[in-house]
Ligand binder design. Structure first.
Ligand SMILES: Nc1ncnc2c1ncn2[C@@H]1O[C@H](COP(=O)(O)OP(=O)(O)OP(=O)(O)O)[C@@H](O)[C@H]1O
Ligand SMILES: [Zn+2]
Length: 478
């Protein structure tokens, strides 16, 4: 029996057992990027952590619905478009493309990827609802603010008990009833992008989009709300206040799950601090899969300090994992004759089984990927030390099963593990057929054709090596 899944909930400051509102289905919303600059390795951590968590939930048999928004209307985007003299939609297109391509490389999938600009009517409806219920007021400028005093649980998520610590959006102090009220709708200044609304031309404030789009795709209550710890205040505090006010029920979400930030020294890696490494540069230097492993090398709630050395270690781990997948593919063919296990083999088998338990214990206890990776490392040691030269069927098939399970969460060997399926065996046989044909051609002196076969195979990553008339081959990973 696998242990129940527990996750640290920022609101109750305690571990909470995952008990989905609808049995078997986990609904998760994670705050996504504001697309006004290149996606950086800090963002990548947040995306990969929730992707890996979702993969773990799937491994445990849950159906997960994962929503992440794209903020394509925001003050930062408008500022960038004014600074560069470019239309805001051009900026949004450029950086959305960069973001989506980074997700693809990182092997992160999202089920719903809603954009603010495509939900303006729903946002207006939600704000009107808050006004009607007495939680929001219209200022003379045409902006609409949330009246924080009307909501009785403000500050609990972030642990800010005193009103003195709630101040935000200083630029609107003159028209807000309180310094801690926040904008739901911002009246447009000349030259700014705008949409028509009952309160005049304007655009949504930042926080309202997440309340609206989460309920649009997940309903008025859902299981997990995530994002980086930088968002707890004011963003998530505000999301919570306006959602519970609008739906008139509590709790809005069952678990608030926050991931620690990528840090450069003492600072958060951040576009605004200009200390970023864009993901596209990091991909060239270390590769996307080692980055995934690096993100998972520390407990998700802790900060992750940027370090070239740590990234090099992840590159090495990735190499060991890919070698393991290749080795297992080979052993899967070789071990078919070794259908008996001796006593010492059973000991190795038991070690593998206990690593499986350790992996699940770690991940079900607040998704401890650092501890899970320790189990993976130990598995690799056993594979290369005890199984590689003793490929008993029991040990090889258990190792394959385990590596698949590990990878379901890690998400770095999807392609390599396909190699263990029948499809790959078929491909292997096809290569052998071509090699035999080529041998015949060479025997008959038809070298131009035999060279063509070799160079064409090399283009698809299959390298032939001749020794006399005999030919061996390897797969070259690009
Ligand atoms: N340094 C970081 N480490 C981990 N996650 C981060 C980091 N910076 C931002 N995030 C997370 O990435 C997601 C998208 O962030 P967003 O685009 O809003 O960043 P931002 O705060 O505007 O960026 P920046 O601070 O770089 O200007 C959010 O969930 C946020 O919590
Ligand atoms: Zn949000």
């Amino acid at each position: 029996m696998l242990p129940a899944i527990k996750i640290y909930d920022t609101l109750s400051r305690d571990l909470k057992e995952l008990q989905p509102i609808e049995p078997g289905i986990v609904k998760m919303y994670v705050c996504g990027p504001t697309v006004y600059d290149y996606t950086h390795i800090g963002h990548g951590k947040t995306y990969v952590v929730y992707d890996a968590f979702k993969r773990y939930l799937s491994l445990r048999g849950y159906h997960v619905v994962h929503v992440m928004n794209i903020t394509d209307i925001d003050d930062k985007i408008i500022k960038r478009s004014q600074d560069e003299g470019r239309d805001w939609s051009e900026i949004v297109d450029e950086y959305t493309r960069d973001y989506l391509s980074a997700l693809e490389k990182l092997n992160v999938t999202i089920d719903h990827h809603p954009r603010v600009s495509e939900h303006i009517n729903e946002i207006i409806g939600f704000i009107q609802g808050l006004i009607d219920k007495g939680y929001a007021y219209i200022a003379p400028s045409g902006s609409v603010y949330f009246n924080v005093d009307k909501y009785d649980d403000y500050g609990r998520l972030s642990g800010r008990v005193s009103k003195e610590t709630w101040g935000q959006e200083q630029e609107f102090l003159s028209e807000k009833q309180n310094p801690y009220d926040f904008a739901l709708w911002k009246a447009a200044k000349p030259g700014e992008p705008y949409w028509e609304s009952p309160w005049g031309r304007g655009r949504p404030g930042w926080h309202i989009e997440c309340s609206v789009m989460s309920s649009r795709y997940l309903g008025s209550r859902f299981d997990i709300h995530g994002g980086g710890t930088d968002l707890i205040f004011p963003h998530h505090e505000n999301e919570r206040a306006q959602s519970e006010a609008f739906f008139g029920s509590r709790p809005w979400v069952s678990i608030w799950m926050h991931s620690g930030l990528v840090m450069v020294g003492k600072d958060k890696m951040s576009k605004s601090l200009k200390n970023i490494i864009p993901l596209k540069e990091a991909f060239d230097k270390w590769g996307p899969m080692p980055l995934r492993l690096w993100y998972l090398s520390t407990h998700y709630r802790k900060p992750l300090y940027f370090s070239e050395e740590a990234l090099e270690n992840s590159v090495k781990l990735y190499e060991r994992l890919t070698t393991a997948a290749q080795l297992l593919r080979r052993l899967a063919h070789e071990s078919t004759g070794l259908h008996y296990a001796r006593e010492e083999d059973l000991k190795v088998f038991n070690q593998l089984v206990s690593l499986h338990t350790r992996f699940h214990n770690a991940l079900s206890d607040d998704f401890n990927t650092a501890e899970a990776l320790a189990a993976v490392n130990e598995y690799l040691t056993i594979l290369f030390r005890d199984i590689q030269y003793n490929p008993r069927h029991l040990l090889v098939s258990t190792s394959i099963k385990l590596l698949r399970e590990f990878n379901t969460v890690l998400g770095v060997l999807d392609r390599e593990l396909e190699g263990v399926e029948e499809g790959e065996a078929l491909l292997d046989s096809m290569v052998e057929i071509l090699i035999n044909v080529r041998k015949e051609l060479r025997k008959r002196g038809i070298y131009d054709l035999s060279d063509t076969i070799r160079s064409d195979l090399s283009k698809i990553g299959i390298q032939l090596m001749d020794k006399g008339l005999e030919t061996t081959w390897v797969r070259v990973r690009k």
